[in-house]
Design a protein around this ligand. Structure first.
Ligand code: GN1
Ligand code: MG
Length: 369
């Protein structure tokens, strides 16, 4: 990490209710959106770590609403775990460290918004699933997260990115980007554009079920990537889900769909070798078992009936979002090389095809549970 950032982090760290001295800090994760650092402090004669994170205010236009949601959700989860008599609660629920002025975040010069969490010692995340057991753990963790939030009134949270998983709107934005083609990139993405147009029919399926009242709106995580699950480094048990910025009203299927997208293929989401991208049944089976072990009680028949489909939908949706961003000049998702978003599109669309080929078997499996 650059010295500048370390100095800046030292400055930022002093704004929070941390009573130690910062020893060193390092980049923990640079996601597509936020920047995350872990910092080690000497505090009361022992070493403790905290997470400092800079919120992307280009994406999260109302950061105060995001922080209110995060506070509401972390407090609720902690209280519910305590009421259950759970052990190790501070590793099972994220804890936001307030600023010395008592706020949930610190607003740095130039409008940067920083927040701090207690570091979850002895846990780790993975970029891709290593075993069916990990897929089970991911399913259970997000299912339990939805379960813990089931009694939080939906209107207590702000929809911080409106229509985040509105696939019809995502499709319309894609069509507009193709029509405008401001950067003359459509020619390079012709095959992907044609493929996306052919899949238009997928966009309305869950929305129509929701409009008909068969699929309810719930409080959901909305970014259930596998690397947002913190697993106990020793036992492999899922301890906590992180990245709560998009927790808001949504459909349970959006969460389950993104779990299929990120736990069933052995590859990363920008894998250039498409022959490696594949939906693997053993992973899907354990994922579905894990999810239903925690969410099985509250899902409606229509939700259950669309579990297999949801993976195709969300993988398609993310492919559309990457494609739209590629056509619009890579302004939303952080890229690390030219054409990166187009590579991501190809990986997503290959996975959609793989799901499509196995959808009947996936459906039979979830019907049998
Ligand atoms: C973004 O930054 P990250 O990795 O947490 C995006 C998600 C996508 C994901 C794809 C707010 O999440 O919707 O599924 O990239 N988050 C936002 O990797 O748009
Ligand atoms: Mg995220």
């Amino acid at each position: 990490m650059a010295i500048y950032q370390e100095t800046q982090l030292q400055d930022i760290s002093r704004k929070f209710q941390i009573y130690g001295q910062i020893l060193h800090a390092e980049t923990c994760k640079i996601g597509h959106i936020n920047e995350t650092y872990s910092a080690t402090y000497s505090q009361g004669g022992t070493k403790v770590r905290y997470i400092h994170q800079k919120l992307n205010t280009g994406v999260f236009k109302d950061p105060l609403a995001v922080m209110n949601n995060v506070m509401r959700v972390t407090t609720h989860v902690r209280q519910k775990l305590e009421a259950r008599g759970a052990t190790d609660v501070t590793r099972r629920a994220l804890i936001l460290v307030p600023t010395r002025a008592g706020h949930s975040h610190y607003q740095h010069e130039a409008g940067e918004i920083w927040r701090t969490f207690v570091f979850l010692e002895g846990t780790r995340s993975y970029e891709s699933v290593q075993s069916p057991e990990q897929a089970y753990q991911a399913g259970r963790a997000f299912g339990d997260f939805q379960n813990l939030l089931a009694d939080l009134p939906a209107d207590s949270l702000t929809e911080t990115i409106p229509n985040f998983h509105n696939t019809r709107q995502r499709f319309a934005a894609f069509q507009q980007a193709v029509a405008a083609d401001r950067l003359d990139r459509a020619a390079q993405a012709r095959a992907e554009i044609d493929q996306a147009l052919a899949w238009e029919g997928l966009a309305g399926v869950v929305l129509d079920e929701m409009a008909a009242g068969r699929i309810p709106t719930r409080i959901t995580h909305n970014d259930t990537k596998f690397n947002n699950v913190m697993l106990d480094a020793a036992t492999g048990e899922a301890m906590c889900v992180v990245d709560l910025d998009t927790v808001m009203p949504g459909s349970a299927l959006y969460d389950f769909g993104d779990m299929i997208r990120t736990t069933t293929s052995p590859t990363l989401e920008d894998e250039p070798d498409l022959s490696k991208v594949e939906m693997r049944m053993p992973m899907f089976e354990q994922l579905a078992r894990g999810y239903l072990s925690a969410a099985g009680e509250f899902l409606t028949p229509a939700e259950r009936a669309h579990l297999a489909f949801s993976g195709k939908l969300i993988t398609f949706e993310l492919g559309l979002r990457f494609l739209t961003d590629y056509l619009c000049g890579d302004t939303y998702f952080r890229i690390h090389r030219p054409g990166h978003n187009l590579d991501r599109v190809r990986t997503q669309f290959k996975l959609v095809q793989s799901i499509e080929q196995q959808e009947a078997a996936m459906q039979r499996f979830t019907d049998s549970l």
